[in-house]
Design a protein around this ligand. Structure first.
Ligand SMILES: [Zn+2]
Length: 134
């Protein structure tokens, strides 16, 4: 993990309003700098967030909302892709069948893959399904 990617991750946490995560990441960074025992977050945990929030050069594949597992194909729908972790604006999905993981963002539903770019908050989110109660 590079310093730049950790800084980018911290900024992304703040942008998403995840201040507790930003503070935990800062504590993780400080503990690594001081050569003391890692406090709180493990390397694997930080790595998981770099992948989840797709901080370059890291990042899980991005798929539209409620997609089937590309590893399992059509059968993957029954295999049980399930939400692993949610964060503001999206979630990480894990397939119980093959172990594949990917990220789904709230506003990627109708857009082709690769045309998403960053999540713009225009102040007028149309139908944010992730924020609706289950
Ligand atoms: Zn699968």
């Amino acid at each position: 993990m590079t310093r730049d990617s950790l800084i980018a991750l911290g900024k992304e946490f703040r942008r998403l309003g995840m201040s507790d995560h930003a503070e935990a990441l800062a504590a993780y960074y400080r503990s690594n700098q001081g050569n003391v025992a890692p406090y709180g977050w493990s390397d694997a945990h930080v790595q998981a967030w770099l992948n989840r929030l797709r901080i370059p050069p890291y990042g899980l594949p991005l798929q539209p909302r409620n997609s089937a597992c590309t590893g399992c194909g059509p059968e993957g729908v029954q295999g049980g892709p399930r939400t692993h972790v949610t964060f503001p604006g999206g979630c990480e999905v894990a397939c119980d069948r093959c172990g594949a993981r990917w990220v789904e963002l709230a506003n990627t539903e109708a857009k082709p893959l690769g045309a998403t770019g960053s999540v713009q908050s225009s102040g007028h989110s149309r139908g944010d399904r992730l924020s609706s109660p289950k």
